[in-house]
Design a protein around this ligand. Structure first.
Ligand code: HEC
Ligand code: HEC
Length: 279
């Protein structure tokens, strides 16, 4: 049977470091590895999301695979509302998406991943009329101090991160159970206490980018308009102390203070793993 491949999927390139990706080979990889989840047309309605023959359907996955036609992406170095860079998409393929069914594609070659990025971009009209946003500037990380952590803690309260993420960062704030994503599916705020990795990276500068660009398609907003760069680093330092089982310089310094030691030991005693985008 001749399947009608979407007709706009023929051309397109990506540029990531030394790689130039091509949509042609990317398309072959897509229809081998990705469409079972992301769907034949890339609309996120693959069979793993809507299993055939089951009605009302029971998805195998807890978060709907990304819809490449609407092209709203979570992991971007670019401002909220804009398209990600080729490198952002490539990095997601390397990493996979923690706390979701999106695997890491580290087993493919770099060229394969660049080809896949080129192909994904042919699935949406958005890439025809628009280009990637300009990556936000991430200033060099200032020295870690106790004052920085404390100021970050104040910001967490003032900016009302706790309303979703919970006062202790467990993903259980008063709004947590009411949140839905752009597919009308329930979405849980990230639970800091159980984790070390994020959906969109692992490093302090990844963390900086997450709340300064927002997790588009979810209620997690961008704080770029309200948080100054030096404040953002304070927030990063504090958020690290909420990951109470992840040994970081921030956690070590925090636990060296009387206030921090008391808070962390309390968090560790009553820790439960909830949240993190899993319903
Ligand atoms: C087992 C199912 C599954 C397979 C197979 C899969 N994905 Fe995904 N993918 C997902 C899910 C689920 C998400 C959404 C995760 C989330 O929103 O937290 C996702 C998200 C993505 C994203 C969005 C990243 C962002 O910033 O929003 C990209 C890009 C992506 N996948 C590419 C691919 C490519 C390319 C392949 C094939 C090489 C692939 N996926 C195979 C399940 C899958
Ligand atoms: C309106 C609710 C809401 C508010 C307010 C909120 N968040 Fe979130 N946040 C979320 C949700 C929902 C997610 C999960 C998104 C997902 O899994 O795709 C999230 C995810 C995150 C993540 C993890 C993203 C990743 O890559 O895994 C970080 C870090 C984060 N939020 C930090 C913050 C900070 C810092 C603040 C305050 C400055 C804040 N959030 C305020 C709802 C919120």
């Amino acid at each position: 049977m001749a399947l009608p491949y979407p007709s706009w999927t023929q051309q397109g390139e990506s540029h990531v470091g030394k790689y130039t990706g091509h949509a042609g080979p990317g398309k072959q990889l897509y229809y081998r590895y990705c469409w079972g989840c992301h769907g034949f047309r890339g609309d996120g309605n693959g069979e793993n999301w809507i299993p055939s023959g089951s009605y009302p359907y029971q998805p195998y996955l807890n978060i709907q695979p990304r819809n490449f036609v609407t092209a709203t992406f979570k992991c971007r170095s670019t401002p909220t509302g804009t398209l990600p860079t080729d490198e952002d998409l490539y990095n997601t393929l390397v990493r996979g998406i923690n706390n979701s069914n999106m695997p890491s594609w580290i087993t493919l070659t770099g060229q394969n991943r660049a080809d896949l990025v080129a192909f994904i971009k042919t699935l949406s009209e958005r890439w025809k009329n628009d280009k990637a946003g300009t990556p936000i500037n991430v200033p060099a990380e200032p020295a870690l101090t106790l004052d920085s952590i404390k100021h970050g803690k104040e910001l967490f309260t003032k900016l009302e991160c706790w309303k979703c993420h919970g006062p202790e960062g467990r993903g259980d704030g008063p709004s947590a159970s009411t949140l839905t994503d752009s597919n009308d599916q329930p979405i849980r705020p990230y639970n800091f206490s159980g984790g070390s990795r994020f959906k969109c990276g692992t490093s302090n500068s990844d963390l900086y980018k997450i709340f300064m660009t927002g997790v588009d398609g979810t209620p997690m907003p961008s704080f770029a308009d309200v948080v100054k760069p030096e404040e953002a680093w304070d927030l990063v330092h504090y958020l690290r102390t909420l990951q109470v089982y992840h040994k970081t310089p921030e956690l070590t310094l925090w636990m060296g203070s009387k206030e921090g030691a008391a808070i962390v030991s309390q968090l560790r005693v009553s820790g439960t793993a909830t949240g993190s985008g899993i319903k």
